[in-house]
Design a protein around this ligand. Structure first.
Ligand code: ZN
Length: 305
C-alpha cells in the first residue's frame, strides 16, 4: 500500500457523540472517571461533551461540571461541541479551551432546521470566533454529511467548497469532515480528502466516520491514503445520530487501534487500557457495544507463545 502515514492522531469522541445518544445518563463522577481513564490511555485529543441547551441534549447538561472537575491537563486538548455564542460563554466559565462548531452540508437539512443555507450558518459563527479569540479559546468547525446526506444523496463538491470557504472567511482553519449519515464510500472519501488537502493547504483536517454501513474502517484507510492523519473514534463504537435512520456509532476506537498497531502506524494510545474502559462502559450502560475487538480480542492475543 502506498502513502500510509507512520503516525495518526485519534480524538476520542465517545463521551460526547456516544453518550448523547444513550438512554442511561451517566453521573458526572462516572464521566470524569472515564475521561481520566482516556487521558491515562494516552489520548492527546478528547471530545468531552457539548454546551447545547440542556433540554435539547440532557445527557450533556453537566459538561461544565466535568471541565471544572478535571481542569487543564497539560498536553491534552479537551474539546467541546458548541451550537453558538452561548457555548463560547459556557466554555469561558468552566475553563474549556477548545470548542467546535458544526454545520450540515445538506442544504435541505439546514434550510428546514435553521432557515439558512449552510454558508449563512457559518458566516453567523463570526461572533463565536471573535469571542473565542478574546478569551484564549481555540475554535474549529465541523461539516456534517459532506459526502452524502439522506436528503440529497451525494453532496456536490461545489457545495462542500462553499462551506469550507465560509469557515476560512470567519477565521476557522481546523475543519472536520463528519460522515454522520454513514453514507460515505472509500473512493469518494479519497477524492474529497485529496482534493481539499491540495486546494486548502492552510487548513488542518479531521475525519469523523460512523460505521452505519460497515464502511468506516475502509473510509479511514482511504483518507489515510489521501494524506489525512487526524480521525475521530469512539470507545466501544458508541454513538448514533438522532436524525439519521438506523445510524450506528462512530468507528470503534479499539478497532482502529488494533489495525494501526498491527500495521505499524503509531497512535500513542494503549489499546489494552481502552479495552478496559470499553468493558467498564458496557457495564455502566447495560448493553452490548459495537466493537469487533471487544468481542473477539486482539489478533495477537490468540498467538500462543
Ligand atoms: Zn458523529
Amino acid at each position: 500500500m502506498k502513502n500510509l502515514p507512520s503516525a495518526i492522531t485519534l480524538c476520542e469522541v465517545g463521551l460526547r457523540d456516544g453518550l448523547q445518544n444513550e438512554k442511561t445518563t451517566l453521573s458526572t463522577d462516572q464521566k470524569v472517571e472515564l475521561l481520566q481513564g482516556l487521558i491515562n490511555a494516552g489520548f492527546k485529543v478528547i471530545e468531552v461533551g457539548s454546551f447545547m441547551h440542556p433540554k435539547a441534549v440532557p445527557q450533556m447538561a453537566d459538561t461544565d461540571e466535568v471541565y471544572k472537575t478535571v481542569g487543564q491537563v497539560p498536553g491534552v486538548e479537551l474539546r467541546a461541541l458548541i451550537p453558538n455564542l452561548r457555548g463560547v460563554k459556557r466554555a469561558v466559565d468552566c475553563g474549556c479551551k477548545k470548542v467546535k462548531l458544526n454545520v450540515s452540508a445538506s442544504r435541505q437539512h439546514n434550510l428546514k432546521n435553521l432557515n439558512m443555507t449552510p454558508e449563512e450558518s457559518v458566516a453567523g459563527f463570526a461572533d463565536c470566533v471573535q469571542a473565542a479569540k478574546e478569551n484564549g479559546i481555540a475554535i474549529s468547525g465541523s461539516i456534517s454529511m459532506p459526502f452524502a446526506s439522506p436528503w440529497e444523496g451525494r453532496i456536490p463538491l461545489a457545495d462542500v467548497e462553499a462551506i469550507i470557504d465560509a469557515y476560512l472567511k470567519v477565521g476557522i482553519t481546523e475543519i472536520s469532515l463528519s460522515d454522520a449519515s454513514g453514507m460515505a464510500v472509500p473512493n469518494h472519501v479519497y477524492q474529497l480528502c485529496a482534493h481539499v488537502r491540495e486546494k486548502y493547504p492552510q487548513a488542518a483536517w479531521w475525519l469523523h466516520f460512523h460505521n452505519t454501513r460497515g464502511l468506516a474502517m475502509a473510509n479511514i484507510m482511504a483518507a489515510m491514503e489521501a494524506g489525512m492523519t487526524q480521525f475521530d473514534s469512539s470507545f466501544g463504537g458508541l454513538g448514533g445520530c438522532p436524525f439519521v435512520p438506523g445510524a450506528a456509532g462512530n468507528i470503534s476506537t479499539e478497532d482502529v487501534l488494533n489495525m494501526c498497531d498491527e500495521m505499524g502506524i503509531a497512535t500513542g494510545v494503549e489499546i489494552i487500557k481502552v479495552m478496559e474502559l470499553s468493558r467498564k462502559l458496557r457495564e455502566l450502560l447495560s448493553h452490548d457495544l459495537d466493537s469487533y475487538i471487544l468481542r473477539a480480542g486482539r489478533a495477537k492475543d490468540l498467538i500462543l507463545s
